[in-house]
Design a protein around this ligand. Sequence first.
Ligand code: SAH
Ligand code: SF4
Ligand code: F3S
Length: 454
Amino acid sequence: MSEPKKLYIKTYGCQMNVYDTARMKDVLAPLGYRAADTPADADLVVLNTCHIREKAAEKVYSDLGRLRAHSRAKAEAGGRMVVAVAGCVAQAEGEALKRRAPLVDIVLGPQTYHRLPEMVARSLRQSGVVLDTEFPAEAKFDFLPPPGADGPSAFLAIQEGCDRFCTYCVVPYTRGAEYARPAAQVIAEAKGLVAEGARELMLLGQNVNAWTGEAPGGGTWSFGRLLRELAEIEGVSRLRYTTSHPTSVTPELIAAHRDIPALVPFLSLPLQSGADRVLKAMNRGHTVAEYLATFDALRAARPELRLSSDFIVGFPGETEAEFQATLDAVGKVGFVQSFAFKFSARPGTPAALLPNRVAPEIVDDRLARLQAALADSQSRFNHACVGTVAPVLFDRVGRYEGQLIGRTPTMQAVHAEISAAAMGTVRAVRIVGVGPNSLSGVAETSDQERDAAE
Ligand code: SAH
Ligand code: SF4
Ligand code: F3S
């Protein structure tokens, strides 16, 4: 193999992009590319972009502007920096990107990562831009090398694309139609990750609970069935999945939450708005009452289950009363961790053409009020946890000597003084305090007690 080459990848957007970035590193490693923390002196720079809101998309262009100096410095030193734009902006803007940013050598959509080595080689051989943003018939997953686990918690993409076409959203256009990876492939990847030390699997998909896939012996499995099979894998302590759509929470999935202890009692289930008219205009396919009924059914199956959500404020035509309905829904559900966004009109989406845009100062005001309500809801939950004992999966070293940081099933960060042997394991921790960004806890059992119990 030749000299190691320096690769810098910047990741924007969702967890699927984080997963894809790791896969790009995997496919480039055999060519001698090693990941670096800065773009300075890089041989290959990949921007793995997000198109979900205008701000996210525009960031790519400002980052490309900043890269120019690095590229020039590299050229002056006799080298060459290859710049690739990957991900959802690449998919959405392909041709336009080339015109706006001459620095870019390669434009590749989310479905063609497995061809990256070939594209890099081609771009080094020839000048001019290499563009690859098709949705190829071959599934990229068949061509990617097996991923390595990067700690106790690992991402596993099981589904990609979205057929739901919410009127504001670009994902169906950037990620294409829903594709479910066959169960055998998912299980093999899960086993590989566990063999490398993963204890928690975070199953990823843009519409993850819509997964229905090819069963190993033929026929199909539901998502609930897949969860059951993954939970059976020796060494899997925790299963999570994100992001779910409320209309795909089936009775079978609810039963999975009742029956599978490894399945965390926590679900990211975006509500977006608390007003039925807005939900309809968004094409979400359910009412607020239906959402609340789904929450009730999940809680009946697993009483400790909590939800997080995404919200959009200032959707065209949103009235004060409709916004108030969103605040009411927050009060009813008591979301434990959520994100609120200002509506962003994305080119090509139906909502971008809707009349009655909400004035920016009103949108700002609603965003602030919603964020305050969500912070309050989260804080209430955190305080209610004080005194309880939670299973914490420790996955990071803390700021102080002897301290580790982990997560509860409900995604709260917990720091505790505990022996280094707890790293990568789930320990019972009594929550004793609430800080601004994390909880503090005290381990319930020492290593000796634990060894004796096992
Ligand atoms: N697949 C996920 C969401 C993916 S995008 C789902 O269906 O829930 C993540 C979040 O970004 C969405 O939940 C939504 O709240 C927000 N979002 C998407 N498009 C947006 C837009 N045009 N303007 C503002 N927020 C948007
Ligand atoms: Fe976008 Fe809606 Fe699909 Fe989520 S379900 S990715 S918001 S179209
Ligand atoms: Fe962004 Fe694409 Fe994910 S638009 S949120 S990176 S699917």
